[in-house]
Design a protein around this ligand. Structure first.
Ligand code: SAM
Ligand code: SF4
Length: 331
């Protein structure tokens, strides 16, 4: 096996240490900016990477210096036996941080098993605390289940728990201060996200695009905000509400892109490795895995792939470029 001291460095001198793993492109929600209401065109189950195949890819990445894995989707809890996969990935030598992004609809029943499997951090999508608005955004009336899931995660000892809120003008922007108070009350971290033109749904959502620098100014009128740091390897810039534990992260792929510090690549459910969320550059790993590629050769393939990582997305310049849905690539 390759030496544990090897690193993946891309042509722009960025070290790749983080893999986001889409374990399914299916989802029990239909968030307006992510999946179309009538979407049926999911990847064939026969094309999903098996747990063995996922583990092999993670092992190869870990041998090349990748230290963090985030399990995402689609809705990862829609993939059966997810905790078993989590335990296997947690056991891969070199993996130091295993995290999960979820809509929390099914989190209550899985929280304890996920914690026991070695998932240390959880991000939960939550764009509204109002039942009617939650229904409008997600296409479901599952807000109570999501809140139960969040409380179960807290009780299971996950820390930090981050709330991901996609901030949309005219949809949920007037609710951001309420979400700040909700997060202060429960000890959650809040991350506000700008809408990205990924897939048709993402492009339509851009009609409600909100520049987060405006939100920051508005919040500063109500809350005493001071600069803060937050461990986690992500691109968010954080502020803390003075005299509370609440940190608010601003994820600004559009108004202030952070590509120069990008440290990640994404593995889609069908084994396609995407080198950038906003570009088409990819490598199909599934055929290689199914042909029985060795860990050593897979490491070579991954090293060659990273040498083709694009410099940056072009969401502003070419918003029509990415046709695949976020749920497929792994948001
Ligand atoms: N289902 C899980 C969830 O919702 O957290 C994991 C997958 S979801 C695709 C991951 C993240 O991508 C969520 O926080 C979601 O809000 C975000 N997302 C999806 N489409 C987006 C878009 N067009 N612009 C910005 N964020 C988006
Ligand atoms: Fe599902 Fe997450 Fe996409 Fe919402 S954002 S539709 S919960 S994958």
């Amino acid at each position: 096996m390759a030496s544990m001291s090897r690193h993946l460095i891309d042509p722009f001198n960025r070290r790749i240490s983080y893999l986001r793993l889409s374990v399914t492109d299916r989802c029990d929600f239909r968030c307006s900016y992510c999946l179309p209401q009538d979407h049926r065109d999911f990847a064939e189950p026969a094309h999903w990477l098996t747990f063995d195949e996922i583990e092999q890819v993670v092992r190869a990445f870990a041998s090349l210096g990748v230290r963090r894995i985030r399990i995402t989707g689609g809705e990862p809890l829609a993939r059966r036996r997810l905790s078993q996969l989590a335990a296997r990935l947690h056991a891969v030598p070199g993996i130091e941080d295993l995290s999960l992004s979820t809509n929390a609809n099914q989190l209550k029943k899985h929280a304890i098993a996920l914690k026991a499997a070695g998932v240390s951090r959880i991000n939960v999508s939550l764009d509204s605390l109002r039942a009617d608005r939650f229904m409008e955004i997600t296409g479901t009336g599952r807000l109570p289940k999501v809140l139960e899931g969040l409380m179960a995660a807290k009780a299971a000892g996950f820390a930090p728990i981050k709330i991901n809120m996609v901030a949309m003008k005219g949809i949920n922007d007037n609710e951001i201060p309420d979400m700040v108070r909700f997060c202060i009350g429960h000890g959650f971290t809040l991350r506000l996200i700008e809408t990205m033109p990924v897939g048709d749904t993402g492009r339509h959502a851009v009609d409600h695009y909100l520049d987060l620098s405006e939100v920051r100014e508005q919040l500063a009128q109500e809350f005493d905000l001071v600069p803060a740091v937050m461990p986690g390897g992500g691109p968010a810039r954080y502020l803390q509400v003075r005299n509370t534990d609440l940190r608010i992260g601003f994820i600004t792929p559009i108004s202030q892109h952070f590509c120069e510090t990008c440290n990640r690549v994404r593995l889609a459910v069908d084994g396609t490795l995407y080198l950038c969320l906003g570009q088409e550059n990819s490598v199909a790993l599934r055929p290689l895995l199914r042909a029985g590629i060795s860990d050593m050769d897979l490491g070579e393939v991954l090293t060659a792939a990273i040498a083709k990582k694009p410099e940056r997305h072009e969401f502003r310049e070419q918003p029509e470029k990415i046709v695949r849905f976020m749920s497929y690539t792994g948001g």
